[in-house]
Write a protein that binds this ligand. Structure first.
Ligand code: IP8
Length: 256
């Protein structure tokens, strides 16, 4: 079983507020055809959630008026999830939206409990569960933003995934010269921290550095992952067919 995250930048236009990309969703759905039962899909919020989350300051907690922000932000990303599920259904994939607001609680922005039973039930029944970055109730700060990246790592460990894919809008983790860094191991993290900058658009959950930090955490526990460009036609299919792509993040010095 594998966990695949599709970044919000792939399925939304990040330069325009609340703008899904139905064409990208239809393409991705075709590339995932036949994978239900062996895949958990997670997607990011892109322009359907990050702006609202930032406007209401949700990642800093539940301040006065933030209840409205929870509703607005959740509604935007839940709608995006439902659109993606509709595209998957149109491609013949039995997909079902599962919303982390209903399944997860965080403590100081980290998942402290998560009900994986609905995810497992989907897999057992040959259904593709589709989850997403979401707002959560947080025991320390009232509310928080749970990124799809953190969710992917949690699900991969809980469900003992064989590996993880992170489909973004770039070809992998890019070095200072703009070239793809082909292999990353957790010991490279301090050096990478100074190299990687945040994403160009509003992203309340940490951009590429946040992703690499999450994936190094996963690699330390023995699950490798691939960061690749899911905006390129055929790349999701290639990932699912185990073709080499993008940046491979793994726990030892083995390359490949
Ligand atoms: O796009 C963020 O998830 P991400 C979720 O995976 C919200 O970082 C609601 C902004």
């Amino acid at each position: 079983m594998r966990v695949l995250k599709i970044g919000g930048s792939v399925i939304t236009d990040k330069s325009k507020r609340r703008t899904p990309r139905p064409d990208a969703m239809a393409r991705l759905a075709l590339e995932m055809a036949g994978r239900a039962g062996e895949l958990v899909l997670v997607h990011g919020a892109g322009s359907c959630g990050h702006d609202s989350a930032a406007r209401y300051g949700i990642s800093e907690g539940l301040s006065a008026g933030a209840e409205t922000g929870l509703f607005v932000t959740h509604k935007e990303v839940a709608r995006l999830c439902e659109m993606l599920c509709a595209s998957l259904q149109d491609a013949g994939i039995p997909a079902l939206p599962l919303h982390p607001l209903d399944l997860a609680v965080t403590a100081d922005k980290r998942i402290s409990s998560f009900n994986t039973l609905p995810v497992k039930a989907c897999l057992e029944r040959g259904v593709l569960p589709v989850l997403h970055g979401d707002v959560t109730f947080d025991t320390e700060q009232g509310a928080a933003i749970l990124s799809g990246d953190q969710l992917v790592v949690h699900l991969a460990l809980e469900l003992r995934a064989s590996d993880v894919g992170l489909g973004t809008e770039v070809d992998g983790v890019l070095g200072p010269d703009g070239g793809v860094i082909r292999n990353i191991t957790p010991d490279m993290l301090p050096q990478l921290r100074s190299l990687l900058e945040g994403s160009a658009h509003v992203d309340v959950t940490g951009g590429m550095l946040g992703k690499v930090e999450e994936l190094c955490r996963l690699a330390r526990q023995g699950v490798s992952s691939t960061v690749f460009n899911a905006s390129v036609d055929g790349n999701v299919r290639s990932f699912l067919e185990n073709q080499p792509l993008g940046t491979h993040i793994h726990g030892d010095e083995r390359h490949g």
